[in-house]
Design a protein around this ligand. Structure first.
Ligand SMILES: CSCC[C@H](NC(C)=O)C(=O)N[C@@H](C)C(=O)N[C@@H](CO)C(=O)O
Length: 694
């Protein structure tokens, strides 16, 4: 948690200048080399034209001594860093092959698809390793042998890359982009599913660099999933055993006429023969990881939610030979994720939301009590040193963007050591506090509160309630997309509450809001606002509310229930829950909770904001991207029409080519600019300023 330092705030905080904010480096995707001596991290920065974020790979010293250094550079950028046991660094990139024409498959004059590249251990130029007409997705490397699997989308009926490329070309030449679906679902986030389907391909041992003048041998891809069928295909969630003999992967299978669920498959890489490892009709399985000796797999089991019960998560320890599975975290009242074995296989590390943090835990592989190892912050990309000496991860917090850290594999209560990296920020324009309110039923509701510099009883700050999405999530990590510091730099206090349905407070806290989104989640939010409005440094007469996705649902709901806010911003929001559930990319996910609207209309009638549109008095800013398949654009179109029809002062910021998020720097800047101008108009009573570029 940050407290204001004695030194005055730098006058030119990047959070006060949207262009400078967009230019801050953003870190993601950490990878530790097999010898534990090198870390690679992907760093996004603006491209030369400031039109897109470009990802490059940087090396970070695990010892914390040497400064980070940039390893790769190209206009399309590089991502998915993965070390091979020989010390070479594999990554994916859509950069052109300097040797195009030598049989690499990326022809001159065409935009190449994302391919697999290798940067030699000793440095020098990266070389192109393999391509596929559908582009390379995930990359898996066997820890001991260095053998490689990749995922790539293949056209139906194509038996090799040549046939695949030919089928794509025929569609292109004929001007056909249509997709014929015969099964649900048809879209995912912002991607159309089909006609190509993801497959897993075996690349095996990658050939060593040839001698000068000798042509590089082509890598043959063998399809390990020839039966992958639309719409789901073979996903990216997979892991190779250390000896490369086995692959464990998540397979999505039909669950009823229009439902899907995920099971674990075990596959022999030499033969492609596979068997179900965990196939549970009442649960989704994910995140499988082999033990260091390959005899066991640890994975996440998510029980399928029902009309009455939210999902619950646990870790399974599965014996590879017999398929016998046992729960590793029974009775643990948090939702474990991203499990991994310790170097000696005796312990499993995992992450879980806990009390406004995304903490690192460990549990004995034999089973036992999970132990929380970290105090503050949110961890991801955990890397286990093979000699057991250290753990590495990206750590962020509400007041710190993701950065690499070193952790002790044993200690609890850790404040890990930060490693030199290119993403370190200067001072933030305010301070972060943790606050607690009490709901009407006595349940504690905790929130983060960002206070701008100078907020005091003499000069109280206007308040912005920011509601998180999910809804089964928690405010616990840095967000570039929902950055409260941009608001703090303009003098707003920002309240980030975790109401009923949030993760990290136990199953009963989720259950309080299940199927009743307009009840406890809403009243918890109001309790949190009531409590901070008592503070002398917060101005209870100048308040606004905003949220995205489920948070947008809630912003809409708030608009229908109270006039206490001066303005409401609703991004990618659900308005008519019935139409949302039927048109989102995974309708079956939501119908488990909400029910079929024709047979069980009650929840829809009680909790859908559109039914209470007549009650809205608060000015609203509606924001939506047309390529949002999670919350389809129809929600915003109808909300906007309903507001206009009723004469509610409102504006609609429409992004024709953005998705659920806003992913380009220019659009992200006008997103913040429009939101800030809308707040200035209604919270501060200033003249509306139309952003110059809109
Ligand atoms: C862990 S909560 C479930 C997320 C949910 N998943 C599906 C399959 O729909 C989801 O995407 N919910 C959105 C409506 C939402 O609120 N998304 C949040 C979080 O991803 C957002 O901030 O966009």
């Amino acid at each position: 948690m940050s407290e204001p330092a004695d030194a005055p705030a730098p006058p030119s905080s990047p959070f006060a200048d949207l262009a400078a904010f967009a230019a801050l480096p953003r870190l993601a995707g950490l990878a530790l080399s097999a010898d534990g001596r090198r870390l690679a991290v992907a760093v996004q920065t603006l491209d030369a034209e400031r039109k897109k974020w470009q990802s490059a790979l940087w090396e970070v010293d695990p010892g914390g001594r040497r400064p980070a250094r940039r390893l790769t550079r190209s206009a399309p950028g590089e991502s998915t860093p993965t070390w091979a046991p020989d010390g070479s660094l594999l990554f994916t990139s859509a950069r052109p092959d300097p040797e195009a024409g030598s049989g690499s498959g990326t022809g001159a004059g065409e935009d190449p698809e994302r391919a697999l590249w290798s940067l030699p251990a000793e440095g020098g130029e990266a070389r192109l390793v393999l391509t596929h007409p559908g582009g390379i997705g995930a990359v898996g490397v066997a820890a001991d042998t260095g053998e490689v699997v990749v995922t790539a989308s293949a056209m139906p009926g194509a038996t090799d890359a040549e046939a695949d490329a030919e089928r794509r070309e025929r569609r292109k030449q004929a001007g056909v982009t249509a997709i014929l679906h015969e099964a649900y679902p048809v879209r995912h986030w912002d991607a159309d599913l089909g006609p190509a389907t993801p497959h897993v391909f075996w690349a095996g041992a990658l050939p060593a660099d040839p001698a000068a003048g000798v042509e590089r041998p082509a890598v043959e891809l063998r399809d390990l999933t020839p039966g992958a069928v639309p719409p789901s295909g073979a996903g990216d969630d997979l892991h190779l055993s250390p000896d490369g003999r086995l692959l464990v992967r998540v397979e999505t299978v039909p669950d009823g006429p229009a439902g899907r669920r995920d099971r674990l498959l075990l596959l022999e890489t030499a033969t492609g023969v596979s068997r179900a490892l965990v196939d549970d009709p009442l649960a989704d399985l994910s995140a499988p990881r082999f033990s260091p000796d390959g005899s066991a797999v640890v994975c996440v089991r998510e029980s399928m939610s029902t009309h009455d019960d939210p999902p619950d998560y646990t870790l399974l320890h599965v014996d590879v030979a017999t398929g016998a599975a046992r729960e590793l975290t029974p009775g643990f009242d948090r939702w474990p994720s991203a499990p991994q074995f310790a170097a000696d296989g005796t312990t499993v590390y995992f992450l879980a939301d806990d009390d406004g943090r995304h903490a690192l835990f460990r549990v004995p592989a034999e089973g036992g009590e999970p132990v929380r190892m970290t105090t503050d912050g949110a961890y991801s990309d955990l890397q286990v040193a093979r000699d057991g000496s250290a753990l590495y991860a990206l750590r962020s917090a509400y007041d710190e963007p993701p950065a690499p850290v070193r952790l002790d594999p044993q200690a609890t209560g850790q404040h890990p050591e930060p490693l030199p990296n290119p993403g370190t920020l200067g001072r933030l324009p305010g301070s972060l506090h943790e606050v607690e309110a009490t709901a009407a039923d006595g349940t504690p509701v905790r929130s983060w509160l960002v206070l701008p510099e100078g907020a005091s009883a003499e000069d109280p700050a206007p308040l912005l309630l920011w509601i998180h999405g999910g809804p089964l999530m928690s405010w616990n990590s840095w967000s570039w997309r929902w950055c409260p510091w941009v608001m703090a730099a303009r003098g707003y206090a920002v309240l980030l509450p975790d109401p009923a349905l949030s993760q990290g407070y136990g199953q009963d806290f989720v259950r309080r809001g299940w199927g009743a989104w307009g009840e406890a989640p809403y009243t918890d939010l109001m309790a949190a606002v009531d409590a901070v409005e008592q503070r002398p440094d917060v101005d209870e007469t100048r308040t606004a509310a905003m949220g995205g996705s489920f948070g947008g649902y809630m912003a809409n709901w708030v608009a229908t229930q109270t006039d206490r806010f001066r303005a409401i911003v609703t991004h990618a929001s659900l308005w008519d829950v019935d139409s949302f559930v039927g048109t989102t990319d995974a309708a079956y996910y939501w119908e488990r909770e909400w029910g079929d609207p024709l047979r069980e209309p009650k929840r829809y009638e009680r909790n859908s904001p559109h039914r209470y549109a007549d009650a809205i008095r608060t000015p609203m800013l509606v924001i939506h991207g047309d390529r949002d398949y999670r919350v389809p654009i129809g929600e915003a179109l109808r909300l906007w029409y309903d507001l206009q029809k009723r004469g509610v002062p409102s504006r609609f910021l429409y992004f024709p080519d953005e998705n659920h998020w806003v992913l380009t720097p220019g659009n992200a800047q006008v997103w913040y600019e429009t939101v800030l101008n809308f707040l200035s108009e209604h919270v501060h009573g200033q003249q509306w300023q139309r952003p110059e570029l809109l």
